[in-house]
Design a protein around this ligand. Sequence first.
Ligand code: PMP
Length: 446
Amino acid sequence: MTLKDSRDLYDRALSVLPGGVNSPVRASIQPYPFFVERGDGGHVIDADGNRYIDWVMGLGPLLLGHDLPQQVQSAIQKQASAGPMYGAPTEIEVELAEFVSRHVPSVEKVRFVNSGTEATVSAVRLARGYTGREKIVVMQGGYHGAQESTLVEGGPESPSPSTKGVPQSFAEHTIPVPFNDTEAIERVFEERGEEIAGVLVEPILANKGIVSPVDGYHETLRKLTREHGSLLVFDEVITGFRVGGLACAQGKFDVTPDVTTFGKIVGGGFPVGAIGGRAEIIESFTPSGDVFQAGTFSGHPVTMAAGLKTLKYAAENDVYDHVNDLGEQLRSGLTDICADQAPEYTVAGTDSIFKVLFTRETPVEGESHCEAGCEQRTDCARYTRCPKTGADVGNTEIERWNRLLWPAMFDQGVFLSQNGFESQFVSDSHTEEDVEQTLEAYKHAL
Ligand code: PMP
């Protein structure tokens, strides 16, 4: 690939943007990121005119891909040309809230915000305000955005900030536990149950992943939080309106959280976040309650129009069948390629998300029981070694991602997630041909 214009743009960017980017993962690509000129269906075209099959899809929001259907495009344009925003309520935000409440099992009321981070910040404040308690349980390797309460690492007894800038005294209100470890969470509730405001969990670890829940794990979280008067908060920023279709991952797993955070798809490609849940809890936000929450851009009409029209389009067309079918083709094709060429590697994901993990152990012949809840190939010996925790994923040969796999795929015109931990996403614009070309490229790269 020739990337002269991208390199020039990156040079310019470095002198005015820290690290040359506005979000760090974008600079993971070595020696410099490519700059995008435009999207086209399931592809992106860079500043030098090179075309790539795009499995990043804006890091998840683009359920429909880059070519928005005409009705979605015109709703966005109509809203933008009516003046972008007002600081006063509009009908479209009520309509999107009605749609979300109708389709997501646990949601009766919604507050819209402007990013996934803002959603989880507000959900944590809500859990604390509603319960009058301070501690938040999170999963090691889980990600809930760039916020103080969750940029915390370590174990339940030794939480510490995972970045400079977060005081140790903040981290001490967070209790990180390993995902999928029933004993660990039971112990934490036994010892400190009455201090815990809520458990904040991605239904599937999708940022240090992909890690599916083992059977019964979310049910355990539901039972413990209920018994101890804590809130169960599902962070569905990635899984929302992707895994489990319009009912989200909570519908797929049949677990009803008290509160759910959303982002990404619910804004149809524009900045968004949302906090939904039981009316009585969500009513705790100001002005109906006394947990302060506010935002100039919240419920932005252009975002609301994009989100509503995207979800309606998905509801009225076979979008989820298409993306899940291509997701299954990718996972099963990759499983065959790995079996042949890299038997120690694991293919992870469900619905329209997928990833190859560089696990180190070749599965043992005859061990064929799959503990993880990923649907595919449950009879396959490979899945006995599926990572069960964020640490399992951290222990893979991750250095191979940026050094070897990513560039080898990129050279063949395939854009994979910029680091080895983030999920990859299928959109409605992707085709079987994109899948075939991608599998061919993996065959060469692996
Ligand atoms: N929660 C989860 C599960 C996420 O994956 C992300 C971002 N990928 C966030 C929260 C933060 O969302 P945002 O980047 O929109 O702030």
